[in-house]
Design a protein around this ligand. Sequence first.
Ligand code: PBG
Length: 323
Amino acid sequence: MPFPIHRMRRLRSSEPLRRLVRETRLSPAQFILPLFVCPGEGVRREISAMPGHAQLSIDNVVRECEEAKALEIGGVILFGLPESKDETASGAYADDGIVQRALRAIRRQAPGLLLLTDVCNCEYTSHGHCGKVVDGEVDNDQTLEWLAKAAVSHARAGADIVAPSDMMDGRVAAIRKALDANGFSNTPILSYAAKFASVFYGPFREAAESTPQFGDRRSYQMDPANGREAIREIELDLEEGADMIMVKPAMPYLDLVYQARQRFDVPLGAYQVSGEFSMIMAAARNGWIDCERAMMESLTSIRRAGADFMLTYFAKPAARLLG
Ligand code: PBG
């Protein structure tokens, strides 16, 4: 006979009460802000599908990092747009590559922020695939060498965490081995362990100019239908030495964020990807949805599902709202 003894509405009757019993809280420290670094100086090329985001030259990236730090955002993750792309993704692992130079500049001019790098080749290859193409296919094992070199060059330039996002098999082990051999045994690996071949990366590919020129990524990124396989991917990455794991995208895959939280006692991130951001922004611009509330509700749901931290294009406005 629960009712009328129990009335769930009692604890919802005022904001102070609701605040007291709130189970899930957000803090800027849980946010990682993605940034797109491009060559040049004073460059800020707006990304049309991602309002508030732009391709930024290093000087502007440094400014952005200062702002992120002032907002107490946890960190930034860097994506690079190289001067030129080639068959061997040489810009991905060059010591003077765009991300490597940005890292050095941020270290020097805006210290104190956690610096993450996306370790992948798709922004650096002329064909836009995440690895070395041999006979029309992305060759897994040869790609590992590029990834390992890129991770080491990032660590050397000052990355605090390297985050492989390519979905090659064995990349975590290859990167761990290379980091250790080069004196970076303390550099953590955040693995994009369960990354799906998602339509929601669309706006990012405009931002990072990384659309594959032929075919798609379904031979390396995961089939959106597969949950058990995601758990297996995470298990394997942890066995290979991943320090932290990530599920990507976030909102369409909250079941996996939740399962990963239940099964693995390691730090868990989720990437609220470009399409998730753009959909909210587009609806808000049409007057169909309240932007701030959609932003906070989406981030809260990802956190409630079990993510410790979120990579999100809302990092700055959300941090501002919380501050
Ligand atoms: C690189 C990479 C992608 C994203 C992060 N790292 C694109 C892709 O896999 O095609 C997507 C991020 C986003 O959509 O915000 N491989």
